[in-house]
Write a protein that binds this ligand. Structure first.
Ligand code: PLP
Length: 424
C-alpha cells in the first residue's frame, strides 16, 4: 500500500516500527561511505599489470624513437593520440593528450579563457558578468570550477534524452554573456542519462551570440557500459559540429581515470584545429610536457580500442551486480510511492528522487547512523536543489556486503523522511 493512501494511524504505526529498526542500526556503529564514485579495489586490481609493462630502458622508447624518460612532446605521444582517437573516433590531429586528470584539463581551459580569452576574444574576466548553462542534476566538480571563478550558473533541466534544448537554444543563441554549457553526454553524472541523436545535433547546430561560447563535452563515461551487449551510444559531437559548419564549438574531454587508476590516468582533449592551436599556444607556457611514461604504460597495456573494450568488460562484470543490488533494494520505495530512481546502462552513478523536501533529511538520517552519502543538493549549482528531492547514488566503492547494508539503511531513512513529511 502506498504511503499516500494510508491513514494517519497507519502512518504512525509504520513510523514506530521503522524507528525501532533505526535504533538497532544505530547500535551497530556503521561506517560506510557511498559518497564518491571511486572504483572498488577489485576494479583497481584489473589494472595491476599496467605497472609492469615497462621494465627496461628500451621499453621506454616510443614507437617513433622518443626517449620517454626525458622532457618534450607537449601534446602527447603519437601512439597515445592514436589510442584516444580510435576510442572516440576522431582524427589523431584533433587529440591533445594532457596530464593525469580531465577535470584538471577542463579547469585549465576555463582558467585560460578567464585570463587570456578564447581564440583572440577578450578574456572572460574582462567581459562583465558571464554565465554557464548547467544541466541538472549534474557533476558537482564541474559546478565547483565555474563557481570558483564567479561565473554565474544557470540550471537547465536534464531529461532522459539530454538537456532541454529549447531552453539551451534560447539562452545560447541570444545572450552573449553565455559562454559555456557543461555536458556529460553519455551516462551523465549522476542520473546516467545519454543524449539522443536529436539533442546532439541540436547542440552542434547552436549559433551562439558569443563567439567565445564553447560546449564542454565531458565524455567521461565513453566506454563505461554495464553490459556490452546492450548499451547506449551517442553521436560523435566533433563530426556533428563539423557537419553543422561549427567545428570550433566544442571541447570534448575523455580520460582513462576510471579504466585504470583514478589519479593516475591519462586525460585528453579532442577539438578543432583552430581551438587546438589556441590551446597549444597557451599550454606551451604552462608545461614542457605531460607524463609520457604513463602514456606509454597505457599504450603497452591496452594496445588498442579492442584492448580497452575487453578490459572494460571486466569492470562491467564487477559493477553491474552492484547497480542491480541497489535497484532491488529500492523497489520497496517504489511500491510505497515515495521515490523514483534512474536505471542507467553505464557510468558510475544513479539518481534517487525522494518525495519533495525529503532528500536532505534522508541523507542526514543516514549520516546519523554512519552511512555517508553525497550531500543532498550537491548535484545542483551552488548546492541548491530547489525541490530538495535528489540524492546521488554511487554504487562502486563499497564491497557488495557493505553496499547491501548501506542500501537497507538508505531505504529505512528514505521511508522515515517520507513519513515525517506526510505526518507534518
Ligand atoms: C563526469 C566526470 N568528469 C570527470 C571526472 C574526473 O575525471 P578525471 O579523473 O579524469 O579528472 C569524473 C569523476 O567522477 C566525472 O564523473
Amino acid at each position: 500500500m502506498k504511503y499516500t493512501e494510508m491513514s494517519k494511524a497507519q502512518l504512525e504505526a509504520e513510523q514506530k516500527e521503522l524507528l525501532a529498526q533505526y535504533e538497532k542500526i544505530k547500535a551497530q556503529h556503521l561506517k560506510l561511505d557511498m559518497s564518491r564514485g571511486k572504483p572498488g579495489s577489485e576494479q583497481l586490481d584489473l589494472s595491476q599489470g599496467m605497472l609492469t609493462v615497462l621494465k627496461t630502458k628500451e621499453d621506454l622508447i616510443s614507437e617513433s624513437g622518443i626517449d620517454c624518460r626525458n622532457y618534450g612532446v607537449l601534446d602527447g605521444l603519437p601512439e597515445m593520440k592514436r589510442l584516444i582517437a580510435e576510442l572516440v573516433q576522431a582524427k589523431e590531429e584533433q587529440v591533445f593528450i594532457g596530464g593525469n586528470s580531465s577535470l584538471n584539463l577542463m579547469y585549465t581551459i576555463i582558467a585560460n579563457a578567464w585570463i587570456y580569452g578564447i581564440c583572440g576574444e577578450k578574456p572572460w574576466s574582462q567581459q562583465g558578468e558571464i554565465q554557464f548553462l548547467c544541466p541538472v542534476p549534474g557533476y558537482d566538480r564541474h559546478f565547483k570550477i565555474t563557481e570558483s571563478l564567479g561565473i554565474r550558473m544557470i540550471p537547465i533541466p536534464l531529461r532522459p534524452d539530454g538537456p532541454d534544448m529549447d531552453i539551451v537554444e534560447s539562452y545560447v543563441n541570444q545572450d552573449p554573456s553565455i559562454k559555456g554549457i557543461w555536458c556529460v553526454p553519455q551516462y551523465s553524472n549522476p542520473a546516467g542519462y545519454s543524449y539522443s541523436d536529436q539533442v546532439v545535433r541540436r547542440m552542434a547546430a547552436l549559433t551562439p551570440a558569443a563567439p567565445d561560447f564553447r560546449i564542454f563535452w565531458d565524455n567521461a563515461y565513453v566506454i563505461h557500459h554495464l553490459d556490452f551487449e546492450d548499451h547506449d551510444a551517442i553521436l560523435n559531437i566533433i563530426d556533428e559540429c563539423e557537419k553543422a559548419g561549427h567545428p570550433d564549438l566544442v571541447y570534448e574531454f575523455v580520460s582513462t581515470s576510471k579504466m585504470v587508476f583514478p589519479g593516475n590516468g591519462v586525460s585528453a582533449l579532442i577539438t578543432s584545429t583552430t581551438n587546438m592551436a589556441d590551446i597549444k599556444r597557451i599550454m606551451d607556457t604552462e608545461t614542457i610536457g605531460f607524463d609520457k611514461i604513463n602514456q606509454l604504460q597505457h599504450v603497452r597495456f591496452f594496445h588498442d580500442k579492442a584492448g580497452i573494450v575487453s578490459h572494460m568488460k571486466q569492470h562491467a562484470a564487477i559493477i553491474r551486480p552492484r547497480f542491480e543490488t541497489i535497484w532491488q533494494h529500492f523497489s520497496v520505495l517504489g511500491e510505497l510511492g515515495i521515490a523514483s530512481w534512474t536505471t542507467p546502462k553505464g557510468g558510475y552513478f544513479l539518481s534517487l528522487y525522494t518525495l519533495p523536501g525529503c532528500a536532505k533529511r534522508t541523507a542526514a538520517l543516514c549520516k546519523e547512523v554512519g552511512v555517508i552519502l553525497t550531500p543532498a543538493g550537491a548535484s545542483y549549482p551552488y548546492g541548491k536543489d530547489p525541490e530538495d528531492h535528489h540524492i546521488r547514488i554511487a554504487p562502486t566503492y563499497p564491497s557488495t556486503e557493505e553496499l547491501k547494508t548501506a542500501c537497507q539503511v538508505l531505504v529505512i531513512c528514505a521511508r522515515l523522511a517520507a513519513l515525517e513529511a506526510l505526518l507534518r
